[in-house]
Design a protein around this ligand. Sequence first.
Ligand code: HEC
Ligand code: HEC
Length: 477
Amino acid sequence: MNTMHTTIRTFLVSLALAGSLAWTSALANSGADARCGGAPCDASTSPAQLLGFTEGPATHDAHCDGESCDAALRGLRAFFDRDLRPLGGNGRSCADCHMPADSFQLSPADAEARFQRLQQQRSQDPGADDPLFRTIDADDFRTNGSAASDFSNLRENGLIRVVLPLPPNIKLIDPATGVPSTETVADVWRMVPSVNNVRLTGPDGGVAWPRDPNRSGGYQLDARFTTLQDQALGALLNHAEIQLPPGELLDFMVTLLDDMNSFERLLFTNERVRQLAIAASAGALPLPDPDPPLDALEQQGKTVFVRACTQCHGGPGQSTPQAPVVRYHDISSQCPRPVDTVTPARFNFQPCPPRLARNARTYEITLATGAKIRRISSDPGRALLTGFVGGQPAADDWNKMDINGLHGIKDTAPYFHNNSAATLEDVVDHYIEFFKRVKVMAPPGVVPPIASTDGVNFDRAPRPEERAALLAYLRKL
Ligand code: HEC
Ligand code: HEC
């Protein structure tokens, strides 16, 4: 019999092919009826039965990488469930954004294609629906509420609204008046990351940032959640708008979140990464190399990657910085991009197109000294969690994001938290400029470890003649 991992994958592929994300129609399309004694499988079919499991838990759990298979199967079901009774909610399942047919993420092309399909369906049936398009993720939600209808950020950029409370010392500036507004939350627009490989990319106990939350890494693009359970609860409340009685989590919710955790921990981009994760959980050393066989160019690219990228994208998840490199970074992926103050410019980032640049807002920050400063950003990152702004670069949370894992990266374009790099070519070109800027910004005599292997030379940056090799290797990750 196949391993559990393969069984789940096969099942997911059949879901994706069926083109349906709703659990009930997924059931109908999964070819599972044969497993239900000839009678149609329905919502009462046990997941084990559905996937053809007849072995006892002790045997088959060995196939679920240390998770309970029953829990993982319940989690799979919940991940696709648009109707998590009795939680209410807006009809969204996790899979509406983390699309299994697209590496468990959402691309702008996916979002636009679904929008077009919905318009077409509505011309026949005015009640047609795609729960991806809920007003909370419309650009005009703050002004038009439940009548909002402008989905530009979703359609053009593949971005979702993430609402974060403003720290007491940070205010938003009203663009109409130029003075601080009464807004108490900031809306930032973020891409939907893949949930593949999340077993490898949570808190890792490595080098610590000086401030909470999650000094050693976490989930979300700003690492604000410690566990996949906390993450899933946040998603249910904010993206799916479920209703929970205030106070304690009900028992079934605790189980639901644990089940989702068990399911997500089985998702990997390929078998080699899965073997790596299992070995890492077991504390095995040395860890297996997750790379496929490499040709000469890819091998050369790997050497460049190790020199130019792993100081930040280190460890088995490629999301752990290597000391003395610090945990969280501003890699100039926000909009607007920094522009050099001297001519000719010493670094030259590709400017953000207007469809992304319009997400920038001006913030007013009150520093510890009482002085007020203003900064512009499309997403201040961890500064929205801590309010800690105005220190030296490494000690400042402004625009700082968590380091993404890179396994399977060839399948998840566009890139960065705001989907601002269309291709891996754009990513590499961005980093070539990034390293130039690090050199320009370094105080005299300081050679930061992110840009230097020996503390003396700025020798980490990818050189133009290494670009093709690096790109070839990135496509193998
Ligand atoms: C409306 C779209 C949407 C829905 C629905 C949604 N997510 Fe997400 N998900 C996102 C976005 C956007 C982020 C990044 C948020 C951030 O960084 O602040 C994210 C982040 C994540 C992450 C973090 C990945 C990482 O590498 O840190 C996980 C895990 C995840 N989602 C799981 C889920 C689960 C489980 C559900 C269902 C309970 C769900 N999501 C529902 C949009 C969605
Ligand atoms: C200074 C630390 C640092 C270095 C060096 C670094 N990265 Fe990153 N990388 C980050 C951070 C932080 C993010 C998240 C930024 C964001 O989301 O906007 C990131 C994000 C990415 C992403 C986007 C992932 C996604 O899912 O969208 C890619 C691709 C990437 N890096 C590739 C590279 C490559 C290739 C190199 C080497 C040339 C490199 N990085 C070097 C810190 C670094």
